[in-house]
Each structure stands twice: as structure tokens, then as C-alpha cells.
Design a protein around this ligand. Structure first.
Ligand code: TRH
Length: 392
């Protein structure tokens, strides 16, 4: 009788991503995949179950193809008929506890040297992750490691490309940058002293009040809104024809412009070009921090208000080096927005005006503090190298 040979791992780093909702799952894994491929020259395969959502962030993607390479990443459509002849790579990363295809798991179990298997967790600033980062768990004769991104020294660090800060600095130092930015995007030219704000949030009942407050701001305010869920909360304020990409509306000091969704590079440029960014979820939340400007985080709401603990944990870290008045005002801004309390939101916005330049300075320093745990991609590479050495 012929003996069946155990499957042999390919050299790939396989990343599996199931899009639960919105763009964060794909946003994070796409970024990680490109960084591993381009900065560490690793052969990366990214398996995605929802190519239509992915295409919103990556217009080159052809949703009809089961396999394609973009930016040195091999992208595979992960559909229910995952091919049984696909052998796992030397590293398998399941993002955000997505379930691996059964056939792949089966191959992993049969291997003499199974891949390094990791679950990439959601980002949180909570300190309990320090005790859990890197822990193994035995599952059907296999070992899975839990990799926790985070802000502490003991965490897995944060996604941040090697050249990001230098590129951002260069962008922000150009004196004509805002004019060019508006021209390229076919936006109205910027006015002197105009406060630029980007607004990418979930639905929030306090938003109309905030926009009304900006109408009476002492200097002009430009609010740039990527088309999407934010607009669902502004139907009482904005005429219907404004609530689509290309829409423009002016009232008092406020000009609203609605933007089409772009790729991640152009979204970064939007964040770098604004004085204040309202962001959400996981990836835009981090990118706003890397923009080194004041920002406001609309956290992904969870049942039983579990997200408020996560929010509090971040606020504590973020405000730890701020003067008490600024820290209190920032805390109130974050909490009132996330609890959708219009009156408190307006009050905290007004209170912050006195500390704006102090906040700007803090926002410049914050990225270095946030990166106490280092760069996630390099941490991941070291972690895997260690596991491979152990098993060699
Ligand atoms: O879209 P999000 O709300 O995503 C997520 C998911 O909902 C996920 O299930 C949840 O668990 C997580 O949040 C916490 O927010 P996020 O994470 O900011 O993802 C948005 C992505 O879209 C991010 O990579 C930036 C990108 N983007 C663009 O590339 N172009 C754009 O024009 C805009 C507005 C965003």
C-alpha cells in the first residue's frame, strides 16, 4: 500500500480575513500584508472573503478573480469552497479570531512541522493584554498563539510602516500642501485660517449639534466627510443631494464637502491635511494618531457598553502626559461624543479651544509614546523567527 506523505508547508505567510462589517478587518490585514511583503520581503498570501468591501479601499482589485497580485501581495478569494489542495504556508495568521477553512486546518494537523499559527487580536489599550500577548493555546494537536497589538511595552505593538513618519512630516511641511490637496480633490480652495476637519464616524445623534456649533466658529471651518455612515446622522441638517460624494453645503462659518472613499494612502493624506480628525473603529483610529494632530475617536459600539471600558483605557494612556485641564477637556470630548450627549459635546469642544495649541504639541509627541511596544510587523516577524528556531 502507498504511504500518504504529510503535506509540506509552503514558504507563504497566509493571512486569513473575514470581513465582519465595515472596513476595519480588511483595512488592518491589507496594511499588515503589504508591510510584511514590502518591508520584510516575505511571500504573503491574503485570503479575503469579501472582495467587494476590499475594493472600496483598493480600486485596482478585480472582484471577479479568485487570485491576483497587488503590491507584492498574493490575494486569494476565500469562498466557502476553499480549495483542498491549498497547503498552508510556514505561518498562518487568522485575523480577529476568524475560523480557518476546515481543509486547511486538517492539513495543518497532518504536518510533521505545522505552521506557526497565530490569532491577531483587535487593538485595545487595556492593560490585561500584557499578560496574554504571545500566549499559546493547544487546539487539536496544534498550538495557536495569541498576538495582541497594543500601546504597552509588553504588547505586540502597533501597525506603523518604517517610512510613515518621515513621509507624513514631509507632507505636513509643504507650505502649499493644503492648496494642492484641495485642487487635486476638486474641493473649494482653502480660506485663510480655515480649520480643516475630517469626519469618518458611525451614526451619532450628537453630530448635528456639533456641526451647528461649527457654523458659528470664529474662523471658517471645512468639514470633509467621506461618504458613508456619518451622513445617516446628518439628514436633519444637510439636504439630500449633499449627502453623496461631491456634495457641498455652506452655512455660516461652516463648509461641508462630501468625499468619495479613496485608498488608504489617500486617506492618510486627508488625515495629514486636516487640523482635527474624527475617526472610528481600529485602523482610522490609529492612522489619526500617526497624523500627529488632535483627533476624536468614535469607538466601535459593543453590546452592554463594553466599548466604554476600552475607550476609558485609551483615554487614560492618551492623556497621561497632558496638563490636567487639557486632559479633562479631551476626556470629556471623547466621552460626550461616544455617549452622544450634544450639550456636553459642545461644552467640551468650546472648553478645548483654550488649550488647542497645547493639544497640537501633545499630538506631535504622542506617536513616540504610543509606540512603546514597537512596530507590530517587526514584532510579528521576530515572534515567528523565535518559534521557527524553537522547532528547528
Ligand atoms: O470601518 P471601520 O468601522 O471598521 C471596523 C470594523 O467594523 C470591525 O468589524 C470592527 O471590529 C473594527 O472597526 C473595530 O473602521 P476602521 O477600523 O477605521 O476601518 C476603516 C478603514 O477604511 C481604514 O483602513 C481606513 C480605510 N479608509 C480608506 O482607505 N479610505 C477612505 O476614504 C476611508 C474613509 C477609510
Amino acid at each position: 500500500m502507498m504511504k500518504t506523505m504529510p503535506p509540506i508547508a509552503t514558504s507563504y505567510w497566509d493571512i486569513f480575513c473575514s470581513v465582519v462589517d465595515n472596513y476595519g478587518d480588511i483595512g488592518v490585514t491589507w496594511r499588515l500584508a503589504r508591510q510584511l511583503a514590502n518591508e520584510y520581503q516575505l511571500p504573503v498570501r491574503l485570503w479575503i472573503d469579501d472582495l467587494a468591501s476590499f475594493q472600496r479601499l483598493c480600486s485596482q482589485l478585480d472582484t471577479t478573480l479568485s487570485e491576483q497580485t497587488i503590491d507584492n501581495v498574493l490575494i486569494g478569494h476565500w469562498n466557502p469552497n476553499f480549495p483542498a489542495n491549498v497547503h498552508p504556508g510556514q505561518v498562518v495568521i487568522e485575523a480577529f479570531a476568524c475560523e480557518l477553512p476546515l481543509s486547511l486546518r486538517h492539513s495543518m494537523q497532518q504536518m510533521e512541522r505545522p505552521p506557526v499559527w497565530l490569532n491577531l487580536e483587535y487593538l485595545t489599550a487595556e492593560s490585561w493584554i500584557d499578560g496574554c500577548h504571545g500566549l499559546p493555546s493547544r487546539q487539536d494537536q496544534l498550538t495557536k498563539f495569541f498576538f495582541f497589538p497594543g500601546f504597552s511595552v509588553k504588547s505586540g505593538g502597533l501597525l506603523c510602516e518604517n517610512t510613515l513618519f518621515a513621509t507624513r512630516q514631509q507632507w505636513q511641511q509643504q507650505s502649499e500642501q493644503r492648496q494642492q490637496f484641495c485642487r487635486h480633490r476638486h474641493l473649494l480652495p482653502p480660506q485663510p485660517n480655515e480649520l480643516f476637519i475630517s469626519l469618518f464616524s458611525y451614526e451619532n445623534a450628537a453630530l448635528p449639534a456639533l456641526l451647528k456649533r461649527w457654523q458659528s466658529h470664529p474662523t471658517p471651518v471645512r468639514c470633509l466627510i467621506p461618504a458613508g455612515r456619518t451622513l445617516n446622522s446628518l439628514s436633519s441638517l444637510l439636504p439630500a443631494d449633499v449627502c453623496q460624494a461631491g456634495g457641498c453645503w455652506q452655512q455660516g462659518a461652516l463648509t461641508v464637502e462630501v468625499l468619495p472613499m479613496t485608498d488608504q494612502t489617500a486617506y492618510d493624506q486627508l488625515l495629514w491635511s486636516c487640523d482635527f480628525n474624527i475617526v472610528r473603529g481600529e485602523d482610522s483610529f490609529l492612522r489619526a494618531q500617526w497624523a500627529a494632530r488632535p483627533f476624536l475617536w468614535h469607538i466601535y459600539p459593543q453590546e452592554d457598553e463594553a466599548h466604554l471600558e476600552k475607550l476609558q483605557a485609551f483615554i487614560e494612556r492618551y492623556t497621561q502626559n497632558m496638563a490636567p485641564e487639557l486632559a479633562t477637556a479631551v476626556q470629556q470630548l471623547f466621552l460626550s461624543f461616544n455617549q452622544a450627549h450634544p450639550a456636553e459635546l459642545i461644552q467640551s469642544w468650546s472648553a478645548l479651544q483654550a488649550y488647542w495649541s497645547e493639544w497640537q504639541q501633545q499630538a506631535q509627541q504622542w506617536p513616540q509614546t504610543a509606540l512603546a511596544g514597537g512596530n507590530l510587523a517587526s514584532q510579528l516577524v521576530h515572534f515567528v523567527e523565535k518559534q521557527l528556531e524553537c522547532c528547528a
